[in-house]
Design a binder for this molecule. Structure first.
Ligand SMILES: Nc1ncnc2c1ncn2[C@@H]1O[C@H](COP(=O)(O)OP(=O)(O)OP(=O)(O)O)[C@@H](O)[C@H]1O
Ligand SMILES: [Mg+2]
Length: 357
């Protein structure tokens, strides 16, 4: 599965770039194939991995000028465990977009050519809702929202969630919140503890369990062009980002733990139980596209379905096969494809949604 994740918050200095670099690196260390895109004209991620932004010839600007060429645009920074597409100040020209030639789907279209080469594509966004960030949110399956532990942290959050909802309505119906990530946490301060409590109260499981603590080493590493693990593997920042990588992977691969599966099933089976005899979870499937037409599956046998869709999940408690069409946490609902079997063959399909909790 390839997953594109934007790291966004219109608030400046909340830890987007620090998270982008270090999460990309830990995912790479955890043997995932990762691409990090610097989509911020400030180019902090670019300098943070040891490149000089003004020396960059091929930047993420090429996504918008139709000149993107993987061979030139994608680099492998020294000592990083991920591929990288740098940025520099010239990217700011996109926000002006005088000729109105750039639409919201420009980045999404350009990424379609390389998405299959990666398991995770992370996009470091700028602190604004300009055309660049809107392109990132349109191209992404989900968003990580770093929330800095400070007094005003919650103020911009509602605006951000409203923007994501409007993106959901307009250019990207499947976008999910991957998680709210608490950054610069200091357990000695009241504000840190209060903010964490507030976030968990309002957003519950949307908040990552992993908390990124305030750690001076995290702010030193970029000036050496290194990720935190390379700079100092033993500091608390390394431990935090490694945990974040593990939590993200777990969330995306192990979503159907037995317990969760049973909970979901109870809900499904209470309103849909006829003529069905298996459950299939295909959330590793390539696309999150609820408009996809599944009618070609009708008539196929279970083993043929496995071949077509490439992944299956059989559970002894269940008697439906389903395909969850969204991964991770949806703001509102989840979408499932139900496959109805009779004598081992699919006789019908249906797309349904239900709310979580
Ligand atoms: N957990 C942390 N502990 C200490 N310092 C941190 C931590 N996370 C980030 N910083 C520092 O805080 C500053 C802002 O972080 P960062 O650049 O990652 O934020 P950002 O959201 O990308 O900012 P911008 O909105 O300008 O792009 C940087 O100097 C960074 O080194
Ligand atoms: Mg930044």
């Amino acid at each position: 599965m390839s997953k594109i994740i934007a790291i966004a918050n219109q608030k400046g200095g909340v830890g987007k770039t620090t998270t982008a670099i270090n999460l990309a690196d830990t995912l790479g260390i955890l043997e995932k194939k990762v691409l990090l895109i610097d989509l911020d004209p400030q180019a902090n991620a670019t300098s943070g991995v040891g490149l000089v932004p003004l020396d960059i010839k091929y930047s993420s600007l090429s996504f918008f000028t139709n000149t993107f060429k993987p061979k030139y645009n994608i680099v492998k920074p020294d000592s990083a465990h991920f591929d990288f597409i740098p940025s520099n100040i010239r990217l700011a020209s996109i926000e002006v977009n005088k000729s109105k030639s750039i639409d919201l789907f420009k980045l999404k279209r350009a990424l379609a050519n390389i998405i299959e080469n990666y398991e995770y594509i992370l996009i470091d966004c700028s602190p604004s809702f300009g055309l660049l960030t809107l392109n990132a949110l349109t191209a992404s399956h989900s968003v990580i929202i770093p929330v800095q532990c400070e007094f005003y942290a919650l103020e911009g959050l509602n605006k951000l969630l409203r923007t994501i909802k409007s993106i959901k309505k307009t250019s990207n119906p499947n976008i999910d919140i991957e998680g709210l990530l608490i950054t610069m946490y200091d357990s000695r301060t009241n504000i840190s503890n209060q903010l964490r409590e507030e976030l968990i109260k309002h957003f519950e499981s949307m908040v990552f369990n992993t908390v990124i603590q305030r750690n001076i080493t995290l702010s030193e590493a970029p000036s050496y062009g290194l990720s935190i693990i390379k700079y100092n593997p033993n500091c608390i920042g390394s431990e935090n980002y490694l945990n974040l990588g593990l939590e993200l992977i777990k969330k995306n691969t192990n979503e159907l733990t037995d317990q969760k599966l049973e909970k979901d099933l109870t809900k499904i089976l209470t309103h849909d139980t006829e003529d069905v005899d298996y459950i299939i979870n295909l959330n590793k499937l390539k696309k999150n596209n609820i408009d996809e037409d599944y009618s070609h599956l009708i008539g196929l046998r279970k083993d043929e379905i496995n071949n077509v869709l490439g992944f299956s999940y059989n559970d002894i408690h269940s008697n439906v096969w389903m395909y969850r069409t969204t991964t991770s946490f949806s703001l509102i609902k989840k979408n499932y494809l139900y496959l109805y079997f009779e004598n081992g063959k699919i006789i019908n399909y249906k797309l349904s949604t239900f709310r979580i909790n």
